[in-house]
Design a binder for this molecule. Structure first.
Ligand code: PLP
Length: 414
């Protein structure tokens, strides 16, 4: 294939492995299980270790199967480089481990995946300051920035209440101030949105979710978009400044997070995720169509008190979502009217499965305050806009009529 030609999203991902040749003409990149890599010439081994020529050292820092997936995710995000991790949390944790030091400050959206919220609490206990702000308005982010602010962190569409961050304006602010802008793109995926277009420096993807899509492998990634000028980042060690500044961030992350903390993606998982990634665009087309249809149906239902989905005109950030995203995502949440028991409702569903994952092919549903956001307590839930009766739905690829019928029937029992 001619590498210069610009192909569409799915064509690029499907043919990505072949760009560099695959062993024996295999159509899938094989699962390499070897932990170590032998070199016939000992000098070559030394030169790989010294970073003077490309090559693999030890499985914790990567192997050919994982590299092939890193390349795919990188092409999806149009980045300069991507590193994969064992989980999405491994990827976000890497930002803390590799890039932040005691006394640093982070401005984070307060509308966050629950475990990321917990991670920031851990960082605070280690001497990193974190300010939580309503990131749907850039003014709140700006007001929280201090001289020590190193990172601004937001999610594109927040899970579970679907607030959309003021992505573009926060990007412009970070660019002007030289602050690293980290965007968790899990809810949109690079098919719906590329954070590079709003000046994000690092992009997080929980590969476990829609990119893998089949709910059969954990994984995460960090992509450097090339938008951030690492010479403005005070925490890069001299060791990682040997290459061009564009490479500094990832060099330090690969060593200080992946190598030192060992949250390495397993080759089998990389294979599962790479196969899933081939159909990301097709699946997102179906799940986003399903999600909009379900949100519109729920919004009309008298037993439903509120529906949160960026595709609805009633959503506070519908305009931003329509401007920036190809579609409005696969996640919605809603509240039943007072007095209706959400557990009874959930138990009447035949297709939607009570489970905690997102981005599965199957529709998954969960009562938020009683499960994934239980540990943080009622006060913090309220500050995040999470009603005690909130139900989150990760919409799958079921046939639309079947899905709507399932919810309709369960509501009728209310
Ligand atoms: C699931 C998720 C993560 C973490 O991914 P894991 O692979 O489960 O560790 C991070 N951010 C968001 C928005 C998520 O939905």
């Amino acid at each position: 294939m001619n590498e210069k030609k610009h192909y569409g999203f799915t064509t690029t991902i499907l043919h990505s492995d072949r760009q560099k040749g695959i062993e024996h003409g295999s159509l899938h990149k094989p699962i390499h299980t070897s932990v170590a890599f032998g070199y016939a010439d000992a000098r070559q081994l030394a030169s790989v270790f010294q970073g003077k020529e490309p090559g693999f050292r030890y499985g914790r820092q990567g192997n050919p199967t994982i590299s092939a997936l890193e390349e795919k995710v990188n092409q999806m995000e149009q980045g300069v480089g991507t590193i994969c991790f064992a989980t999405g949390m491994g990827a976000i944790g890497a930002v803390v481990q590799a890039l932040l030091r005691t006394g640093d400050h982070v401005v984070s959206s307060s509308f966050l995946f629950g475990n990321t919220n917990s991670l920031w609490q851990t960082a605070m206990s280690q001497g990193i300051g974190v300010s939580f702000v309503d990131a749907t308005d850039v003014a709140n982010v700006e007001a929280a920035i201090t001289d020590n602010t190193r990172v601004v962190f937001v999610e594109t569409i927040a899970n579970p209440r679907t607030q959309v961050a003021d992505l573009k304006r926060i990007g412009e602010l970070c660019k002007a101030r030289g602050i690293l802008y980290v965007v968790d793109n899990t809810m949109t995926t690079p098919y719906l949105f590329q954070p590079k277009t709003v000046h994000a420096g690092l992009v997080v993807n929980a590969l476990t979710k829609s990119i893998g899509g089949h709910g059969n492998a954990l994984g995460g990634s960090l992509t450097d978009t090339g938008a951030y000028d690492w010479t403005r980042f005070p925490n890069i060690y001299e060791n990682y400044k040997k290459a061009a500044p564009l490479q500094w961030g990832l060099a330090q992350i690969r060593a200080k997070a992946l190598r030192d903390f060992g949250s390495s993606l397993a080759p089998d998982a990389a294979h599962h995720i790479a196969v899933g990634a081939e159909t990301l665009a097709l699946r997102m087309q179906r799940t986003t169509t399903n999600a909009l249809a379900l949100a519109e149906m729920l919004e009309k239902d008298e037993r439903v008190a509120a529906v949160h989905y960026p595709g609805l005109k009633s959503h506070a950030q519908h305009g931003i979502s329509a401007e920036l995203f190809r579609a409005h995502g696969s996640l919605l949440s809603f509240e039943l009217k007072d007095g209706l028991d959400c557990f009874d409702f959930l138990n009447r569903l035949k297709l939607a499965i009570p489970a905690s994952n997102l981005g599965d092919n199957r529709t998954l549903i969960i009562p938020v305050a009683h499960t994934i956001f239980y540990e943080m307590g009622a006060e913090r839930r309220a500050s995040m806009g999470i009603a005690e009766s909130l139900i989150r739905v990760s919409v799958g690829i079921e046939d639309t009529d079947d899905l709507l019928d399932d919810f309709c029937t369960a509501l009728e029992g209310c």
